[in-house]
Design a binder for this molecule. Structure first.
Ligand code: PLP
Length: 451
């Protein structure tokens, strides 16, 4: 009786509402006119046209539809084979269909894959311990992506500053940085092109300023300015150890030493964004190890799960205990499935001597790119980077995008880092023969453009 009265009431209300409201209220009577459900499509043959009509156009995609992968190779639905030097944008550290990763997540899936952070999760504890045992950090917070890890770092820095009585905490980041697409991470990303259309009256999230990367004087001046303002205080200096999306620009030791000192002098935090550089990609487990500096916080994602989504905000000292229960959370963060993937990557790094492979292959690819740059000086410029995070500058008159397109024709997948740099980020398991093959294919691509 109560239900019938409620239904009559809703019919009455809906008759006075707009057509869209009528549409939503009619759903309440779904038992009367239930539309038949469309089951998921299982045929993948017209993927591109289904994207066109059903997926938001946030990406400019290359015309490849991937069916499967093995090691450093990817295969398309039309039977073509590519050498993958993108690895899911520096993510698939162990390559594709890796037996160790496959076994770890299959076993975890058969046991339990998600329970929420209301309970203790053995794999999360083990991954946190491995990360702490092998870094300067003392405690982990888990989430799902790089942007989310950086959001956690930003919130932690603000709370840390608030505990010191600062009501206007300022975070200093670097121009040409990249920290992710959520609003605060995007504000930290000091590249105006990414801010366009997302401001409120011309402002992004308050409390961020930026300086030129590797410019000690500018950093010192901006910190002095922040500290001279009675209302404001330095909360953190947040930098990538090597700028990835900004064009493969390694940090320099003097700059990071100055950042460390300024953070210490002002009781603020040094945050390193290790989302792209971390987990072995630079030949050390963490990018900051190339710079002889230890951050208070670093963030990780991408290779942490070898392609299975997981992120972490790692902290030490005061920063490790700044968050209290209720301060921050993530439903999926550190779930059993993602942590099993992280542990598989961790075991591979330790047991398969992956860091040594990164260093050896790094020397090989760097030497190869340098000699190609000497052979094609009209097209290719500086080679820079660490480990297997390498970039080569494309000279004026050519673009990174067109060279990447040409390399694809030659069977090699690459990704630009900005408009003028082509990035090489193969899986960390890449072999000597595969580096040679990539260099040969890259030469074909460059030669085609140099003609
Ligand atoms: N930080 C750095 C240094 C990155 O390179 C990226 C992605 O490219 C991010 C953060 C954002 O990571 P995600 O796309 O997982 O949010």
């Amino acid at each position: 009786m109560i239900l019938i009265t409620f239904a009559i009431y809703l019919t009455y209300v809906s008759s006075f509402t707009s057509s869209s409201r009528q549409h939503s209220s009619s759903k309440i009577f779904a038992t009367v006119v239930e539309p038949s459900l469309v089951p998921p499509v299982v045929d993948g043959s017209d993927t591109e046209s289904v994207y066109d009509s059903n997926v938001q156009k946030t990406y400019g995609r290359y015309p490849l539809t991937i069916s499967h992968g093995k090691g450093c190779k990817l295969f398309t639905t039309d039977g073509k084979e590519y050498l993958d030097f993108v690895s899911g944008i520096a993510t698939c550290a162990l390559g594709h269909s890796n037996p160790r990763l496959t076994e770890a997540i299959s076993n975890q899936m058969k046991t339990v894959h998600h329970v929420s952070n209301l309970y203790f999760i053995p794999a999360q504890a083990q991954l946190a311990k491995w990360l702490c045992d092998n870094s300067c950090a003392e405690k982990a917070f888990f989430c799902n992506s790089g942007a989310e890890a950086n959001e956690a770092a930003i919130k932690c820095a603000r709370k840390h500053a608030s505990n010191r009585g600062i009501t206007k905490p300022v975070i200093v980041t670097a121009k040409q940085s990249f920290h992710g697409r959520t609003l605060a991470a995007l504000t930290a990303t000091a590249q105006p092109k990414y801010h366009k259309g997302f401001s409120y009256g011309g402002e992004m999230v308050q409390g961020f300023v930026s300086v030129e990367y590797n410019n000690v004087e500018e950093l010192e001046a901006i910190v002095a300015e922040i500290e001279a303002d009675e209302e404001k205080g330095l909360a953190a200096i947040m930098m990538e150890p090597l700028q990835g999306e900004g064009g493969i620009v390694p940090g320099n030791k003097d700059f990071f030493a100055a950042a460390r000192k300024l953070a210490d002098d002002n009781e603020a935090l040094l945050i390193c964004d290790e989302v792209q550089a971390g987990m072995g990609r630079t030949g050390y487990l963490w990018g900051y190890q190339n710079l002889d500096v230890e951050p208070d916080i670093f963030t990780s994602a991408k290779a942490l799960g070898g392609g299975v989504p997981i992120g972490a905000m790692m902290a030490r000292g005061d920063a490790a205990t700044t968050f209290q229960p209720g301060d921050h959370a993530s439903t999926y963060g550190g779930n059993p499935l993602a942590c099993a993937a992280g542990l598989a990557v961790a075991s591979a790094i330790c047991e398969d001597n992956l860091l040594q492979n990164v260093r050896d292959r790094s020397k090989q690819i760097t030497a190869g790119l340098v000699s190609l740059a000497a052979k094609y000086p009209k097209v290719l410029g500086e080679v820079r980077g660490w480990g297997l995070l390498q970039g080569i500058v494309i000279k004026e008159g050519y673009s990174a995008g067109e060279i990447v397109g040409e390399a694809m024709q030659a069977g090699l997948l690459l990704v630009p880092a900005g408009a003028t740099v082509v990035r090489f980020v193969p899986p960390l398991i890449v072999s000597e023969a595969e580096i040679d093959e990539a260099l040969a294919k890259f030469e074909v691509a460059v030669a085609a453009k140099a003609e």
